[in-house]
Design a protein around this ligand. Structure first.
Ligand code: PLP
Length: 496
């Protein structure tokens, strides 16, 4: 399978090259030029496999320069039972009215990012080998809105031949997310707070990637860059697997029949997770509407509802679902590439408009594609809290703030359209990562700050604190550096 830059189809690479590079040299995102199609036999076979087997098989469809043996061995390590609290890596919990929660947060950092970031270090180190990159140390630069940072640190800590540097917005993450990052152990890790928001951090990292001077400096020091953000195909590919797996689980549990249409609703920030669902649909998983759920930073809701005008010129809100506080959704670029029939010239033009003016509008002819596949909605902090409370009171199921956004947006989608198909809602984080807003939603605000929050929420709800969060108690802070967003280049010295 070949990969091309979304901005220039003449830039053709293998999967290993795409993963090693992270982003295309012209600033585009690497995209596979075809999607594998799942046959009825493929579904039959997938039903018989566990999560590890399904993930390896699906990755094999995309990463054709990796052997089945390699991918199976990676999946065994990435999704080892002891890392995911048991054999059920990505369980589906069914609630009332055909709502099925796909719980993606049973990994080591309690957010869905683990599903990809436990796999990426294996894919990346193998990709470096396959592309002949054996001498330079690979420096992973990560911009995080809270969860990616910790998941990437956990995935890459002490991986030979790599260093990892995480940038997070100083006031933009939850106390638990921050504690997870600043206490990270490992000899090859660095964590820096940026005075700015997530978009500032992400833009700065993208700038470093495409800055010729920085590349030269690094090269001279025996280093190279790569990315663990969802701009890297190696981040996105493992996410496709859990959508296919969830569909198989619903069939196996007798909740649906093979071939039944199921909608998918995803709490969305950088558009990576929902793009993975779109790709699963393109592969032949019978998904109906993909519902894109946003918080008060509703740039994507407006994009879909306006029929394709993206306008990031608007206030940035800090919300109780910080991992979705994003105004520039990187992976929308890949969607544009596919719905335009892989029109690299168009994508390049629109991305240049976005960089210059902050706005672009897709051609009229592409609008139907958007509405055929997607619906969108948004929900503010007050409605998010109300949803957490209602779902807990009525169904005794505890939602985190991000998943609650999706739950609410889906309820509103159903009420507005009468579409009663079953739905898979991506549950993206443990509620224990966001103790304060969750407890406040339940009517019992928590006053304590450190890890005592965890016990307070456990007591309030009768739920168990996830072991990796409980283990933060008593860990010492290793990283307290704060830099201005314009000084980010100077932090590269930390890697030298
Ligand atoms: C990252 C994240 C999201 C957003 O996912 P994208 O792939 O960026 O759209 C939603 N919820 C949680 C908890 C996250 O960590």
């Amino acid at each position: 399978m070949e990969y091309v830059s979304s901005r220039d189809k003449n830039l053709r690479v293998s999967a290993a090259q795409a993963i090693a590079a992270g982003i295309a040299p012209d600033g585009g995102l690497f995209c596979p030029t075809t999607f594998p199609r799942l046959t009825a036999e493929d579904f039959q076979k997938l039903m018989t496999l566990d999560y590890k087997g399904r993930a390896a098989w699906i990755l094999g469809q995309f990463l054709t320069d990796f052997t089945a043996e390699e991918l199976n061995s990676f999946a065994q390590k990435a999704y080892a039972d002891e890392k995911f609290g048991g054999a059920d890596t990505a369980p589906v919990k069914s609630l009332a009215d055909g709502v099925h929660m796909l719980e993606l947060w049973h990994g080591p950092t309690c957010a869905f990012k683990d599903m990809a970031l436990q796999m990426l270090p294996h894919l990346l180190t193998a990709s470096l080998r396959k592309t002949g990159e054996t001498t330079r140390t690979c420096c992973i630069l990560v911009a995080t809105s809270g969860d990616t940072g910790k998941a990437a640190l956990e995935g890459f800590a002490n991986v030979p031949g790599t260093k990892i540097m995480v940038y997070y917005p100083v006031d933009g993450v939850s106390p638990m997310q921050k504690l997870q990052m600043v206490t990270q152990t490992g000899d090859n890790v660095e964590v820096v707070a940026i005075k700015g928001n997530f978009d500032d951090a992400q833009s700065a990292v993208k700038r470093i990637f495409t800055d010729a001077d920085s590349a030269k400096r690094l090269d001279e020091a025996g280093l190279m860059f790569s990315s663990a953000n969802s701009i890297n195909w190696g981040r996105l590919a493992p996410q496709i697997a859990y959508y296919v797996s969830a569909y198989c689980d619903l069939v196996q549990a007798g909740k649906i029949a093979q071939g039944d249409r199921v909608n998918v609703c995803v709490p969305t920030g950088n558009f990576g997770n929902i793009l993975a669902a779109y790709i699963a649909a393109q592969m032949g998983v019978p998904f109906g509407k993909l519902v894109c759920a946003s918080n008060q930073n509703n740039v994507l809701t407006d994009f879909f509802r306006s029929g394709g005008t993206y306008d990031k010129n608007r206030p940035f809100y800090t919300t109780n679902s910080p991992s979705m506080d994003i105004l520039i959704s990187s992976n929308l670029e890949r969607l544009l590439f596919y719905i335009s029939g892989q029109n690299d010239v168009l994508v390049k033009e629109k991305m240049e408009e976005l960089a210059k003016t902050g706005v672009y509008t897709i051609p009229e002819s592409l609008r139907e594609q958007l509405t055929a596949h997607f619906a969108a909605g948004c929900c503010d902090d007050a409605k998010t809290a109300e949803t957490i409370r209602t779902v807990f009171d009525q169904q005794h199921y505890l939602l985190d703030t991000h998943t609650a956004v999706a739950y609410r947006v889906y309820e509103e989608y159903r009420a507005a359209t009468g579409d009663n198909a079953p739905v898979i809602i991506a549950s993206t984080a443990s509620p224990f990562k966001f103790c304060k807003p969750v407890a406040a939603a339940l009517g019992h605000p928590i006053q304590t700050d450190g890890t005592e929050q965890l016990d307070a929420l456990a007591e309030l709800t009768g739920e168990t604190v996830p072991a990796p969060l409980a283990a933060l108690a008593g860990k010492s802070v290793r990283f307290d550096r704060v830099v201005d967003k314009d000084d980010i280049l100077s932090t590269l010295d930390l890697l030298m």
